[in-house]
Ligand binder design. Structure first.
Ligand code: AMP
Length: 284
C-alpha cells in the first residue's frame, strides 16, 4: 500500500491504472477507522482491481464551533487497518493540498442539502459535495462506497453524480452497529461512560417506530411523539436536533407511512452529535 498526500501524484497513478484498463474503487473517509469504515474498504476490494481509501478531515464540511479541531485521529493505526483490508493507496492530503487557493470552487446541491442535518449544519453538505467531487476527479473511480449511516449524504451525492454526469457508480453499505445497537461512529469516542450507556436508545427509539407501525400506527406525527417520549425516558442525556419520517430518495417529509419511509434522527449526547436512521416498512 502506498501512502500518498499529493493530489497530483494520486491522479497520475489513477490515470495510469485506467490506461491499463484497471477498475478503481474509492472509499472516502475522515479516518479513526472502525468496523463501519472497514465494511466500505472490504466492499471496495471486492468491486475493483484497485482500491483507494481517502482519509481527509475536510474543514469545509465543519461549521464554526463544531469539532474540527478535536476530531479523533490515529493515522498510524488507520494505515495498518487500510493495508490489512486491501487498500492499494491511502490518500491523506492536507487541507492546503485539497484547497490550494482556499475554498475557491464550490459544488452545491441545494434543496437536499438544506433540510435534516443541513438545517443545523447549513454549510455541511456543500463541503461534502465539493470534496467528494474533487476525490472523484482525482481518483477517476469506477465505484465509490459510502455508508447508509449518512443517508442524506448519499442522497446529496447521488444527485450530484447524476446532474454532473460523473461516471462513477455509488455503492451504499448498511449501517454497522455495536452489539447493543449503537451505530459505529468515530464521534462515539466523545461519549462518557454514562452517555455511552444511554446512546443505544437512539436506535432503539427508531426501532420502536417500526414496532408501532407493525401494530397499525401509521401517522408520522404520532410515531414521532412516541419516539420522543421514549427518548425522554431512556435517553435523558440526549438533546434532539431532529427526528423526521421522510421519503427514502428525495427526503420529502411523509405524513402517513403507507409506503416505506426513512426514520432519520440526530441527537446531541454530551459533546457528540449522533445520527442514525432506519428504513420503516409497513406490514403486508
Ligand atoms: P466518516 O469517516 O465518519 O466521514 O465516514 C466515512 C464513511 O464511512 C461514510 O460513507 C460513512 O457513511 C461511513 N460510515 C461511518 N459510520 C458507519 C457505520 N456505522 N456503518 C457503515 N458505514 C459507516
Amino acid at each position: 500500500m502506498k501512502i500518498i498526500t499529493d493530489p497530483h501524484v494520486l491522479q497520475k497513478q489513477c490515470l495510469a491504472w485506467k490506461r491499463e484498463g484497471l477498475t478503481i474503487a474509492l472509499a472516502p473517509t475522515m479516518g479513526y477507522f472502525h468496523a463501519g469504515h472497514i465494511s466500505l474498504m472490504d466492499k471496495a476490494r471486492s468491486l475493483a482491481d484497485k482500491v483507494v481509501v481517502s482519509l481527509f478531515v475536510n474543514p469545509a464540511q465543519f461549521g464554526p464551533g463544531e469539532d474540527l479541531a478535536s476530531y479523533p485521529f490515529d493515522p498510524d493505526g488507520d494505515a495498518v487497518t487500510a493495508k490489512a483490508h486491501g487498500a492499494d493507496i491511502l490518500f491523506t492530503p492536507s487541507p492546503g493540498d485539497m484547497y490550494p487557493q482556499g475554498p475557491a470552487v464550490w459544488v452545491e446541491v441545494p434543496g437536499l442539502s438544506s433540510q435534516l442535518c443541513g438545517a443545523s449544519r447549513p454549510t455541511h453538505f456543500r463541503g461534502v459535495s465539493t470534496v467528494v467531487a474533487k476525490l472523484f476527479m482525482l481518483s477517476r473511480a469506477d465505484y465509490a462506497v459510502f455508508g447508509q449511516k449518512d443517508w442524506q449524504q448519499l442522497a446529496v451525492l447521488r444527485r450530484m453524480v447524476k446532474d454532473l454526469f460523473i461516471p462513477v457508480e455509488l455503492v451504499a453499505m448498511p449501517i454497522v452497529r455495536e452489539a447493543d445497537g449503537l451505530a459505529l461512529s468515530s464521534r462515539n469516542a466523545y461519549l462518557t461512560a454514562e452517555e455511552r450507556a444511554q446512546a443505544p436508545h437512539l436506535a432503539k427509539g427508531l426501532a420502536l417506530a417500526q414496532r408501532l407501525l407493525n401494530n397499525g400506527e401509521s401517522s408520522a406525527q404520532r410515531l414521532k411523539e412516541a419516539v420522543l417520549q421514549y427518548w425522554r425516558t431512556y435517553l435523558p442525556l440526549g438533546r434532539e436536533d431532529y427526528l423526521s419520517f421522510v421519503h427514502p430518495d428525495d427526503l420529502a417529509p411523509v405524513e402517513s407511512l403507507d409506503c416505506p419511509a426513512l426514520a432519520v434522527a440526530a441527537v446531541h449526547v454530551g459533546r457528540a452529535r449522533l445520527i442514525d436512521n432506519l428504513l420503516l416498512i409497513p406490514k403486508g
